[in-house]
Ligand binder design. Structure first.
Ligand SMILES: Nc1ncnc2c1ncn2[C@@H]1O[C@H](COP(=O)(O)OP(=O)(O)OP(=O)(O)O)[C@@H](O)[C@H]1O
Ligand code: SF4
Ligand SMILES: [Mg+2]
Length: 352
């Protein structure tokens, strides 16, 4: 069994080129700039996502990694324009193929949503409507966005079911969600998300509710669809081994902030933020799928009590006075074009 860093650096040479080569070869599909999301609570407004910045490229997977409650799903929902009513997009740009989704009206955004961006959640049963057949639900995107009639949409639904590996689609197209296994339901959800060949697919812990064998099959399906459609994929996970195996780049989030980002092989081999370092040290040396992030002492700050200065200060073994006084900006590490970290001492925290 390989360590996370070894797994990350032993990928296929075609996809694991130098960052500069990758940057030239792959188109940037999504650029997120200074994204901020506020939540209105009865105790006042809190910032759940703050100055989040990252990029996702065609045919590549970007992992959003971090402990529970650090803002991964909130970021995903903000990108997809499906935030809870108590949440507001407070700042930032969401550039999908150059169009700023954050600047669109809800109606314009809906028009964009199907063709441009698909999203898959962990809980396929609640994401599907129990009273409609899967054929009706899969065909909806074609009726709304392509103006197809019910018969044409049904044929597209059958095609989609084939594409995501659902057996006997011609007969199963008339079945209801509860008549499918958990793995098959997740395939249906993925089919809905990729129906209109989006440029970006967001998968928010898509395999958490599934057993290990099915998890591997779903990850394989996502890889196949990514390659076929040259989609950019954002994969949200707690699992370092999944990041090492599946992702090209990673953005590590803490208390609503991206604290480190870059190619997985580089970040895992030489983390430049104490939180990333802590995550990597907190799981067994030989990572296996399912290893959870849990053993950094302490817990993230509550949104109502985010400190001035560095968001990680209460758990950081390297904290200094400057960390309590000034919030470190997310900036390039060692002038790298692909690596960033938000720590006053990122240049000193190195394995090199
Ligand atoms: N509707 C809501 N009202 C109030 N607070 C919320 C709401 N939705 C999310 N939050 C808070 O926003 C923060 C970020 O939540 P988010 O769901 O994005 O976390 P996450 O990183 O996806 O966690 P997990 O790994 O557990 O899914 C958390 O502190 C959460 O409690
Ligand atoms: S800025 Fe200071 S407290 Fe924050 S991660 Fe770096 S060393 Fe730790
Ligand atoms: Mg979540």
């Amino acid at each position: 069994m390989k360590t996370a860093a070894e797994q990350a650096s032993s990928k296929c040479p075609v996809t694991a080129g130098t960052p500069a080569v990758q940057a030239k070869a792959r188109d940037v599909v999504l650029q997120v700039r200074d994204l901020a999301v506020d939540i209105r609570t009865h105790r006042g407004t809190v910032r759940a996502v703050n100055s989040v910045r990252f990029e996702a490229r065609a045919g590549e997977t970007l992992a959003l990694l971090g402990e529970s409650g650090c803002g991964k799903s909130m970021t995903a929902k903000a990108l997809a324009g499906i935030m809870d009513p108590v949440c507001d997009l407070a700042d930032g740009q969401i550039l999908l193929n150059g169009t700023d989704l954050a600047a669109l009206s809800p109606k314009e955004r809906l028009k964009f949503a199907g063709p441009g961006l698909g999203i898959v959640f962990q809980d396929a049963l609640t994401a599907l409507n129990p009273v409609y057949t899967v054929g009706t639900q899969l065909g909806e995107a074609f009726r709304i966005h392509r103006g197809l009639n019910a018969k044409q949409a049904r044929l597209e639904a059958i095609d989609l079911m084939k594409r995501v590996g659902i057996p006997e689609p011609e007969s199963r197209v008339n079945s209801y969600p509860h008549q499918f296994s958990g793995g098959m339901r997740q395939r249906i959800l993925i089919a809905m998300a990729v129906a209109l060949n989006p440029r970006l697919l967001i998968a928010d812990e898509p395999t958490t509710a599934l057993d290990v064998t099915v998890q591997a099959q779903i990850m394989q399906l996502l890889r196949t669809l990514r390659e076929e459609g040259q989609m950019a994929v954002i994969l949200i996970t707690h699992d370092l081994a999944v990041v090492a195996e599946e992702a090209d780049s990673v953005a590590v989030m803490y208390a609503g902030n991206v604290v480190e980002s870059g190619p997985v092989s580089e970040v895992f081999a030489d983390p430049r933020h104490p939180y990333t370092k802590g995550l990597l040290e907190s799981v067994p040396v030989h990572l296996e799928r399912g290893a959870q992030l849990k053993s950094i002492p302490g817990s993230p700050p509550e949104l109502h009590h985010i400190p001035a200065g560095c968001v990680y200060q209460s758990r950081c073994p390297l904290v200094q006075d400057i960390c309590r006084a000034e919030r470190p900006a997310l900036r390039a590490v060692d002038n790298s074009p692909t690596r960033t970290a938000a720590c006053h001492f990122s240049e000193e925290i190195t394995n090199a």
